[in-house]
Structure formats: C-alpha cells, structure tokens
Design a protein around this ligand. Structure first.
Ligand code: FAD
Length: 513
C-alpha cells in the first residue's frame, strides 16, 4: 500500500527501523508549521535549531534514496495549513495515500492531535514506537501504582538491573554502591581551567528572516545570527565524543557548581541532541562507559555514575512521570502560587547578580545547566510565589532542549513543587547561603548575601523564610525541613516580623529588584 510516514521535529532518529530498507511505496513527510512555532513563545535559537536539524534530516533521507515531502514555514503558511495534521492530511488526500504511519509522539498535545487523524482520514492509520527511550511510556505508572510519591532512585536501580548497566555479574552494583551523589557537590577550586566545548557554527540568517517574514514571535537572542549547536547526527556524535574526552572527568564533582566565568563547566550540553533523537540515550551512556573503561583521562567512578544516573535515571523517569500524570499535570498548583513572574526574566535586567547571570546566559545561549535552572531561576520563582503557568511558559520558551515532557515535569514538578511533592521529597528552596556556597555570584552582587533585612539585603533571604512561614502546614512535618523550622522558631518575634516585612516589600517591588 502507498504509505505516508510522518516525522516530527523531535524524531530525527536515523537508526529507526523505518530506515533500514527502502520502499518505493513509502514517502516521509516533515512540516515546519505555524502551530509548532507558536504554541509557546520560543527562543529564537530553539526554532532555528529545530528547523536546521529537520532540514538536515530531510537531506539525509534523500541522500539515502528515500522519498521525502518537506514543507518550509513559508509553504505551510501559503497553503494556510497551520498544524502538522492539517498538512499531513492534505498530502495524504491529494496524493492518494492508503496508509498513514507515525511514531508515537512524546507530547500529550501531539498525541491527541495525531489520534484525531482517524476522524478525517479514510485509510489505515498506524503508530509505531520511536525506538529512542530505554523504558516504555507506562513504566513509572506501573512501578508506582497507588503511591502518593514517586522515587527516582527506585526507578534508577531497576533500570540499572534491567539493562545490566554498571552491574556486577552477581547482581550487585559495580563497586558495591548505587549512588555517588554525596561526592558530587564540590564547589570550584579558584584556579581551575575550563575546557572549551566544540561548536558547530552556522549562519542562521535565512531562518531568522523566514521567522520574521511570517511574524513568529520569539524570545532570547542570537548574536550575529550565528548558531552553534550540533544539528546532524555526525555533529552530535562529535559533540558526545568531545564531552567524554574533555568534560566527563569532572562532570560529577562539579555538577552543582556555578560561576560567572563559564556557562557550561563540565556539563554535556547534549540535551538538544538527545531530545531531537539525533543520538540515543543508550549511545550516550555507552560512550561515557567506554571512556571510563579506557581510562585515558583518570575518570573516577563517581563522575560516570553521576552522568549515567542523569540519563537512565532522571531523563527516563521524567518521561514516565509525564505519561503517568498527563493531562492533569499542567494545571497543578498545590502551593496556590499566584504572582506573575517578573518581567526581567525576559530581559535579564535585575541587580541580583545570580539571576542576572543565569537569565542573561539563558537569553544569549538558550542554555543553562541544571543547578542554574533549579537553584537560581527556579528557586527564586518558587520562594517568590510565582504562578506555575508563568514559570512553565518561561522554561518552555527559553531553553533549546525544552519539550513539554521533560520541561513541565522538571519545572512544575521538581522545581515549583506544584505537584504536591510527587517528584521531590522536599522543595528546592534556599536562601543566599546556598547560592554563595556553590557559586561566585554573590561576591560581586549589588545585594549583601549575609543580610536578611534592609535595602541591601539579598531578596532570597527574606523570601526564603517567608516561603517556609506561609507554607508551614505543608512542610513542617517533613523531616528534611524540620531543622529549618526549628531555626525559624528560635528567632525572636521582632526579627521575624522584620524579615516578613522585607519579604512583603520584595514581593511588591519584584519588578525593580
Ligand atoms: P548535563 O548536566 O550534562 O546532564 C546530562 C543529561 O542528563 C542531559 O542532557 C539530560 O538529558 C539529562 N538530565 C539531567 N538532569 C535531568 C532532569 N532533571 N530531567 C531530565 N533529564 C535530565 N531538560 C531538558 O532536556 N529539557 C527541559 O526543558 C528541561 N527543563 C528543566 C527545567 C528545570 C526547572 C530544571 C530544574 C531542569 C530542567 N531540565 C530540562 C533538566 C536539565 O536541567 C537539563 O537536561 C540539562 O541542564 C541539559 O544540559 P546538559 O545536557 O548540559 O546536561
């Protein structure tokens, strides 16, 4: 039968079994659409990256002898076909295809859209696995059926056993220890040198003009229209090798560190490559394990284990949480937070050095590493009491790797605790003390990280106590928070009042911080 196969922008997997043989009856379709370009206000580099990677994938398919329909944004706009399914149906009908096939999407929104195809298509519709992940959609739901909280560590150990990753033949974890998180909280030594990561420079002017011509609103910046992320499989494999050779050796140790001197430190910057499926999680951890076994760089086990846990633990786990919790997850607001997110999240104009740094870096590069996302921008939004819808909109827009299944679970769940504590056993909130310990941000800040009250007091400090005070009912019985409540309760009444007053001022004047 004449078959039309859809490829979504985040399904650029050359290793998919679809491509193992050629068939004259099969045509592949990719569409740049208005709906995908505008469902969030995306970072200019995010849309650029998707379009570059999709175009490169279509070229690759053609060079392999497959038949391809590719519509640019100009073309789908001219045809007035806004969504992926509008375009797909139009091609299917016009060219009389008997069968439509698609790979299961990772987003609820698209899952619904593609399921609805059957209402408008008379032929056969088939969905197949995307052959990317190492777990299936429903693993987390099955594993934690009936439980109020999910535990990543339980899931992670099952994944290690199931796939025999870093396991002894006896069934015990290699080295005898499952998790080296305790060793992975180092702050940076003063004179440490940072490796430069390889870049893949492309002129993005044509795509920028395409977006402007079609009035797609974007956020963020791209200096001189120069785009640097890997967008082909070969570039992604090179970027993976670069990470294993040059950064994995300190990945774990300095995973939580932050500095004004360097945006990437020892992180992989492979989330974009993986989320678009240009490389697979299995390839990524296999390469890291091989680098460790080769031992050319003295990579210690804690570096490797920390990295493997991010990929087969956190990444797969978040996907499972997403499918266990959608569609309701996107409406959760357990702490009833209502404040709008300050406008400077979109401009970077704030006197708080940590936020100025994390936000400006995000606007410049469409990238921030995990601790910047969790303990700077996320932490501030949480203790301020920002509405999770606003926080989600920002995160879904600003990062090049932001796709809802992994964005919303991290933002609404892990960071904003809007899920009622399903994902994290304790809210990720802190005062300036933590920020100062893990970074060099506070040293050159307008505010004083040691002070809680007064004009120069770091806003994190009063907001932190205010957050604990106003959510006492939710958190005081949490054994990981009990110590902080005891510290708060020991403060005398006047001091508490001053701190809460300062917090009220900070919330009211949030745009001017
Ligand atoms: P590394 O630190 O080098 O980690 C290696 C890989 O592990 C990453 O590429 C990623 O695939 C995986 N990983 C690590 N932590 C997580 C996690 N918590 N959840 C899922 N995968 C993880 N990641 C996204 O891919 N898209 C998002 O939209 C996204 N939004 C986030 C929002 C918030 C508030 C927070 C706290 C985290 C978010 N993350 C998101 C997770 C994580 O911050 C990024 O995956 C990571 O910073 C990407 O950079 P990297 O490749 O250098 O990561």
């Amino acid at each position: 039968p004449k078959t039309l196969r859809l490829i979504l922008g985040d399904q650029l997997n050359q290793k998919h079994s679809w491509f193992q043989s050629k068939d004259d009856q099969v045509t592949y379709a990719l569409f740049e659409t208005w709906s995908e370009s505008t469902y969030a206000k995306h970072h200019i580099q995010k849309i650029t990256g998707f379009f570059f990677a999709m175009r490169a994938f279509a070229d690759w398919m053609q060079s392999e002898g497959h038949q391809v329909v590719y519509r640019t944004l100009d073309e789908t706009r001219n045809l007035q076909l806004e969504s992926i399914s509008d375009n797909l149906l139009q091609v299917a009908k016009e060219e009389q295809f008997d069968v439509i096939e698609y790979q299961l999407p990772d987003e609820w929104r698209l899952d619904q859209e593609l399921q609805a195809l059957k209402e408008n298509f008379g032929g056969v519709i088939k969905s197949v696995d995307s052959e990317h992940f190492m777990s299936v959609r429903d693993d987390v739901e099955e594993m934690f059926k009936g439980k109020k909280t999910y535990l990543m560590e339980t899931f992670y150990r099952k994944m290690r056993k199931r796939h025999q990753i870093l396991m002894d033949p006896s069934g015990e974890p290699e080295t005898g220890t499952w998790n080296y998180d305790q060793e992975n909280r180092g702050s940076l030594p003063k004179d440490i040198a940072f490796p430069t990561a390889s870049t893949y420079v492309k002129d993005a002017t044509e795509i920028v003009e395409l977006l402007e011509r079609n009035h797609v609103e974007t956020m963020g910046r791209m200096k001189d229209n120069v785009f640097t992320y890997p967008v082909t499989r070969n570039e992604c494999l090179e970027a993976l090798e670069d990470f294993c050779e040059n950064r994995l050796q300190f990945f774990g140790t300095y995973q939580d560190a932050m500095t004004v001197k360097h945006p990437l430190l020892y992180h992989a910057n492979l989330s974009f490559a993986m989320n678009l499926k240009m490389i697979s999680p299995r390839e990524v951890i296999d390469a890291a394990i091989a680098a460790y076994r080769k031992q050319s760089k003295d990579i210690t086990f804690n570096q490797l284990e920390g990295f493997v846990r991010q990929i087969i633990g956190w990444r797969e786990y978040m996907r499972g949480v997403y499918w266990a919790q959608m569609p309701g997850f996107g409406q959760k607001n357990d702490l009833d937070h209502q404040l709008p997110l300050p406008g400077w999240y979109w401009t970077g104009k704030t006197k708080m050095n940590c936020l100025s740094h994390a936000v400006n870096q995000s606007l410049d590069l469409a990238y921030a590493h995990h601790i910047q996302r969790l303990m700077i921008t996320g932490n501030f939004a949480l203790i301020l009491g920002a509405h999770p819808d606003d926080v989600d909109a920002w995160y879904l827009g600003v990062y090049i790797d932001a796709i809802e299944w992994v964005e919303i679970t991290n933002t609404r769940g892990m960071s904003q605790r809007a899920d009622g504590g399903l994902i994290a056993t304790k809210p990720y909130c802190s005062s300036a003390n933590y920020v100062n310990k893990m970074s060099d941000y506070c040293k050159s800040c307008h505010y004083n990280y040691k002070e809680k009250v007064g004009e120069k007091a770091c806003p994190f400090n009063s907001l932190y106590w205010d957050f604990l005070d106003r959510h006492r009912e939710k958190f005081q019985k949490n054994f990981r928070m009990a110590f902080m409540y005891r510290t708060w309760d020991k403060k005398d009444g006047d001091e508490k009042e001053l701190i809460l007053k300062r917090a009220a001022w900070v919330k009211e004047h949030r745009e001017e911080l």
